[in-house]
Design a protein around this ligand. Structure first.
Ligand SMILES: Cc1cc2nc3c(=O)[nH]c(=O)nc-3n(C[C@H](O)[C@H](O)[C@H](O)COP(=O)(O)OP(=O)(O)OC[C@H]3O[C@@H](n4cnc5c(N)ncnc54)[C@H](O)[C@@H]3O)c2cc1C
Length: 579
């Protein structure tokens, strides 16, 4: 077993994790920056396309309080105003800091940063580097900065499977190294969870393989709470048809920023206005409304052949397309797509999670020494996130979490690490881990001994989960569907618990799948549970049996894990405002 000791362990190295690492190291802490993928190359940050919102006022008057007002309005009454204020005010400083670190924000000839208006923003507020490559540039800049900052040790390919607490205080984490399957124990005085989102739980998603929701379960098992779990965000215009190879399914977002484009049903009619939005060739309506509108059109039998709606740029000439998107037009042509001649088909895909770990304005989870940041955190977007707010959330919350985690580690003195506390978690990773039960160290009755489970069996569980999440916990929900989903998720959890943890060895991908599923199932159960209890429609949570918004439910719900292993969900008081 590999044993490591550090001041601050950062779990997950996307935008939030890397910024947390830099901020903690700037405070003088020794930092271990761990990622089950490659540091700075896994997760959503590197996939981000274009928009990064910050009220810089480079293209006209703007102010962070206006950004906050737009964020609150988009969140449909559920935004935690303290977190949103932190995000909107802090975004300005973080974007300027990345500028100093030479991220390369696009600029006009006169040197002002370019800012575009995204749906729901009342001003041109979103900076970008390049219209399809902003995420890679941000990730590269933060990789460079974390390499330059003394005190940061990077650990790519380290999958964290459990946080370790001792008497309720964070003590570190355990996991395994992908390269050789070796168990790893990290004693840490503070931990930052920056594990990103969960959209891979859904059949149609914009996620990479590692966005499985593990972080939410790590938090719950360590004693932290989750909020707003019923609000995964669906990106309305995910690519559906024709076949598109080598390009991202959410690439039509930048097209719409620049060129507008018309959303049409199979009969060629514009329809968003029927559902309370306005579109008419402009890109102004927020994601929750458009996702709902598209899903309802499909349900009403006005779907395209592929099962979505059309997005048309046919009114534009090739010259305009080339001027806006240059060589991208050739990449589309290689896919047989000529936007001047035919529309493409789009429909919603799971894209982001508004819910997540409950934190205060220092990003503390309430478990001493445990902090969270980025998409793993819930509350800043309420029931619906504005385009462009997620990257700033990762940067601002990452910086805040890292700074406070380092200070907490400094105050902690001795590490709370205890071999005794880590033992049950390490047991699952030991050489005979395959014979151990998921929820404890006992032998598993009736399980298939230590034989590794075929990846296919885990694949089947994952596919079943993705299907039921899409069908019953997706854009349109009903009480009956949610109740059935909850039962099936719980049954899947039981099936996984009696499935031995696949064995060790180099690149134990089946083992990784097992842990991903363990976390993902707990996250999925949290979503279904909270969605079933919310008997109204609000933002991304649309109940067909409760189509109206109920002012009495303008409150968040929190989820915790009880000692008996059951998830409990309860209403919280109305959202606190900073006063
Ligand atoms: C295709 C796409 C395009 C997007 N475009 C935009 C955009 O234009 N503007 C915008 O604002 N937002 C955009 N978003 C959303 C935004 O990118 C994310 O919300 C944000 O990057 C999240 O950053 P993060 O650091 O919290 O998480 P991530 O960048 O997802 O990083 C999380 C990391 O945690 C690691 N991890 C997870 N579990 C473990 C574990 N158990 N052990 C070790 N490591 C672990 C993962 O490997 C991953 O590297 C987009 C998202 C996607 C998917």
């Amino acid at each position: 077993m590999i044993e490591i000791e550090t001041d601050v362990l950062v779990v997950g190295a996307g935008g939030a994790g890397m910024y947390a690492g830099v901020a903690a190291a700037r405070e003088g802490a020794r930092v271990l920056l761990a990622d089950k993928s490659m540091v700075g190359r896994g997760g959503a940050t590197i996939m981000a396309q274009m928009t990064v919102a910050a009220a810089l006022g480079e293209q006209g008057p703007d102010d962070w309080t206006r950004h906050l007002a737009d964020t609150l309005e988009a969140g449909r009454g559920l935004v935690d105003e303290r977190l949103a204020a932190l995000l909107c005010e802090g975004a300005v400083e973080r974007i300027r800091e990345l500028d100093e670190w030479k991220v390369g924000w696009a600029r006009d000839a006169d040197g002002r940063m370019r800012q575009v208006t995204a749906p729901g923003h009342g001003a041109p507020r979103c900076v970008y580097v390049d219209f399809l490559n902003t995420g890679p540039a941000v990730a590269q800049c933060l990789r460079r900065q974390s390499a330059r900052t003394p005190g940061i040790t990077k650990a790519s390919g380290l999958s964290v499977t459990d946080l370790v607490t001792n008497d309720g205080v964070i003590a570190g984490a355990v996991g395994f190294r992908l390269e050789d399957g070796a168990a790893v124990a990290v004693a840490a005085r503070a931990v930052v969870l920056a594990t990103g989102g969960l959209t891979r739980l859904y059949r149609r998603n914009s996620a990479s393989a590692n966005m499985t929701g593990e972080g939410y379960a790590l938090a719950l098992r360590a004693g932290a709470e989750l909020i707003d779990m019923e609000f995964p965000q669906f990106f309305p215009i995910g690519h559906l048809a024709p076949r598109l190879v080598g390009m991202d399914p959410i690439m039509w977002d930048p097209f719409r920023y620049k060129l507008g484009g018309r959303l049409l049903n199979a009969a060629g009619e514009e329809f968003v206005h029927r559902y309370g939005g306005e579109d008419e060739g402009r890109y102004v309506t927020t994601r929750d409304v458009i996702s709902y509108a598209i899903t309802k059109e499909v349900e009403a039998g006005r779907a395209t052949e592929g099962g979505g709606v059309y997005l048309s740029f046919e009114h534009l000439g090739e010259g305009e397309l080339r001027e806006a998107f240059g060589p991208v037009v050739d990449r589309l042509a290689a896919n047989g797509i000529d936007l001047t001649r035919r529309p493409i088909e789009v429909s919603p895909i799971a894209h982001y999670h508004m819910g997540g770990v409950r934190v205060d304005a220092e990003m503390s989870t309430g478990v001493p020494g445990l902090y969270a940041a980025g998409e793993a955190v819930g509350g800043a977007s309420g029931a619906n996130r504005l385009s462009g707010n997620a990257i700033p959330e990762a940067l601002v919350f990452g910086e805040t979490a890292g700074r406070h985690a380092a200070r907490s580690a400094g105050k902690a003195g001795r590490s709370a690490w205890s071999q005794e506390a880590a033992r049950p978690h390490l047991g699952r990773l030991a050489a005979n881990g395959g014979r151990r039960e998921a929820s404890g160290g006992r032998r598993t009755a009736g399980a298939a001994g230590s034989r590794p489970v075929a990846g296919a069996a885990l694949g089947e569980l994952r596919a079943e989960l993705a299907d039921l999440m899409w069908e019953d916990v997706g854009v349109l929900r009903t009480g009956a569907g949610l109740a059935s989903a909850l039962d099936r998720i719980r049954a899947l959890r039981l099936r996984l618990e009696v499935t031995p943890v696949p064995g060790e060895g180099p690149y134990p991908l089946a083992r990784q799948d097992w842990f991903d599923l363990r976390g993902g199932l707990m996250a999925a159960e949290s979503i279904a549970l909270a969605a079933l209890r919310r008997t109204e429609s609000r933002g991304a949570h649309q109940r067909e049996d409760y189509p109206d918004t109920d002012p009495g439910q303008a409150r968040s719900q929190r989820v915790r894990l009880d000692p008996d292993g059951r998830l409990a969900c309860e209403w919280m008081p109305p959202c606190p405002s900073p006063g």
